[in-house]
Write a protein that binds this ligand. Structure first.
Ligand code: C2E
Ligand code: CA
Ligand code: CA
Ligand code: CA
Length: 281
């Protein structure tokens, strides 16, 4: 038994070493990707449920290494966060998506939602960076939504002051803040009343399963929408895949929806077409 234990330990050590090596290689390749300009932004429409028009888009990063398959964010965002590379990568996403969205906003009033990682909000210059990006892109502050997860604002019961001060400052300029993946964190609800936020994005794990009444899921979604309404927060449902989900969300008074039912995330040119078509429909 002792022998087996030791073998397992060796195996575990090897696996750990493998993982670390793989992560170190990814960090190297991410560094190169920045200098080689290998990142792209895809855009997924956010649809207003009252009239089903596209009123906004979420910017979602993609990595396209030369001659290889596109790498989805789940494969590199975590490593970019741990290594700190998310700071330059995140700044690039913000600049690029605000530049592109400024054109859509001028023509159609479209807003853009950008994901911000906890690491970026710890940077003392984050607030100034956002204001600079708005100035250079010409995007009005009201047309930018920053998406953060609840862990950014509340960590083991404590409010993170640096993040709060950035977001409060930015909101005083008109920028909006959304809590991403709402309901999947474990923080107390009390924080919702006091934090500098404008919208809740209902995580897709709450969407009722297609083809079944799924009353438990319906109750959860209704509860989140009612809670948001009581706190004067907007609601965005993510992961909407079916017409039945759309009907339910509209009945419950959800403001906006995003998901494969309307569109997958698409490259800039396709997003331009979707936004134009939606405006002239
Ligand atoms: P997220 O912020 O929750 O983004 C939504 C994810 O759900 C996207 O995955 C999107 O493609 C996917 N999705 C949208 N509609 C549906 C649907 O109807 N059904 C299903 N099954 N999935 C749907 P994606 O683009 O692979 O991004 C994954 C995550 O990577 C994002 O989750 C976000 O946490 C992170 N991420 C993406 N871009 C950035 C970025 O620029 N910065 C940071 N920090 N994180 C990013
Ligand atoms: Ca998001
Ligand atoms: Ca989300
Ligand atoms: Ca999610």
């Amino acid at each position: 038994a002792k022998e087996a234990g030791r073998n397992q330990m060796i195996l575990f050590d090897d696996e750990l070493r493998e993982k670390r090596l793989a992560a170190a290689r990814t960090v190297e390749r991410l560094r190169e990707a920045i200098t080689r300009d290998e990142f792209l932004v895809y855009y997924q429409p956010l649809v207003r449920l009252t009239d089903e028009r596209i009123t906004g888009v979420e910017a979602l990063i993609r990595w396209q290494p030369a001659g290889e398959k596109m790498v989805p964010p789940d494969r590199f965002i975590g490593i970019a966060e741990d290594s700190g590379l998310i700071v330059p990568i995140g700044s690039w996403v913000l600049r690029e998506s605000c530049r592109v969205a400024a054109g859509w906003n001028r023509r159609h009033g479209t807003v853009v939602s950008v994901n911000v990682s906890p690491r970026q909000l710890r940077e003392p210059d984050f607030g100034l960076l956002v204001l600079d990006v708005l100035r250079t892109s010409g995007l009005p502050p009201e047309a930018l939504i920053l998406e953060i997860t609840e862990g950014v604002l509340v960590n083991s019961g404590k409010v993170t002051e640096q993040a709060i001060s950035h977001l409060s400052m930015l909101r005083s300029h008109g920028i909006k803040v959304a809590i991403d993946d709402f309901g999947t964190g474990y923080s107390s609800l009390a924080y919702l009343r006091d934090l500098p936020i404008d919208n809740l994005k209902i995580d897709r794990s709450f969407m009722p399963a297609p083809g079944s009444p799924d009353l438990a899921a319906q109750t959860l979604v209704k509860t989140i929408i009612d809670l948001a309404a009581g706190l004067r927060l907007g609601t965005i449902a993510e992961g909407v895949e079916t017409a039945e989900q759309v009907v339910l969300l509209r009945e419950l008074g959800c403001d906006r929806a995003q998901g494969f039912f309307y569109s997958r995330p698409v490259p800039e040119a396709d997003a331009t077409r979707l936004i134009q078509d939606s405006a002239t429909a």
